[in-house]
Design a protein around this ligand. Structure first.
Ligand SMILES: C[S@@+](CC[C@H](N)C(=O)[O-])C[C@H]1O[C@@H](n2cnc3c(N)ncnc32)[C@H](O)[C@@H]1O
Length: 255
């Protein structure tokens, strides 16, 4: 039987590239859990920002059925070694993607404007001193600056520009990143959000948030908001982050 996700023994590596870890597995598990919706959505362009070893973009291509899906895959990473390793991982699985060495999506914004249907991001989210952000090599894999938000806060406006009208963004975050505030911030831009996976490891509490800008979901979300909580109520909820899960009360089954 063909594997639906990348095989770890076929994932290439390099000392300066982030190996698949708990956060990578959480993101791929979230995509697997949402596979039926992804297949139903028939995405044309799928993109990963910060592809590292290529484990996630390869898994996405495999779970959507490689070429059969007709989707075009693009992955970026600021680390040139990651670009090469991702190409090797894709090749080892018989998958193809355009892999670009760039900062977030620099140079691609015009071409991809409002056209990415599925975006996946496992960003550098670890709280670190600000000066550690953007360093070359493996440090760029985790260094997230204050509250681990420096790179996330740069990625979200880019995602907003690139996502299509039916675009979905899957983002890995930590409790320290204040995922509730991220959801509220994205709601102001018109996105519904939902935690589709929550996982605690010995070291961290991870969330995979799915943001959606499509109208159906949004209408459901607004309806839910009216039925449940106001933005102010949500904003004053205390941590630990409770998924206010705009979709939670919706009619649609997302699993
Ligand atoms: C936590 S690792 C995730 C790697 C891979 N996606 C995974 O899940 O295993 C974060 C990745 O983002 C890349 N990265 C960091 N800052 C970036 C930026 N400004 N633009 C593009 N990629 C970036 C790092 O080089 C690293 O490969």
């Amino acid at each position: 039987m063909l594997s639906k996700i990348a095989r770890i023994n076929l994932v290439s590596s390099h000392p300066e590239v982030y190996d698949p870890c708990d956060d990578s597995f959480a993101l791929v598990d979230a995509l697997l859990a949402d596979r039926a919706n992804l297949l139903e959505r028939h995405p044309s362009i799928c993109m990963e920002i910060g592809c590292g070893s290529g484990y996630v973009i390869t898994s996405l291509a495999l779970l959507l059925g490689k070429e059969d899906s007709g989707a075009y895959y693009i992955a970026t990473d600021i680390n040139p070694h990651a670009v090469r390793v991702t190409c090797e991982t894709l090749l080892a699985h018989g998958c193809h993607a355009e892999v670009v060495n760039t900062d977030i999506a620099s140079g691609l914004e015009k071409r991809l404007s409002r056209s990415v249907d599925v975006m996946v991001v496992n960003p550098p989210y670890v709280p670190t001193p600000e000066e550690e952000v953007g360093r070359h090599g493996i440090a760029s894999a985790w260094a997230g600056g204050e509250n681990g938000r420096s790179v996330i806060d740069k990625i979200l406006p880019v995602a907003d520009k690139l996502l299509s009208d039916k675009g979905w963004l899957y983002l890995v975050t930590l409790t320290a990143n204040n995922p509730l505030e991220l959801c509220l911030q994205m709601r102001k831009k018109g996105y519904a959000s939902r935690i589709i996976l929550q996982r605690s490891t010995e070291e961290e509490s991870l969330h995979v948030i799915k943001f959606s800008r499509d109208l159906d979901t949004l209408l459901e979300a607004n309806e839910c908001m009216a039925l449940n909580k106001t933005e102010n109520e949500l904003a004053t909820e205390s941590s630990p982050f409770t998924p206010f899960s705009i979709w939670k009360y919706g009619k649609r089954n997302f699993n």
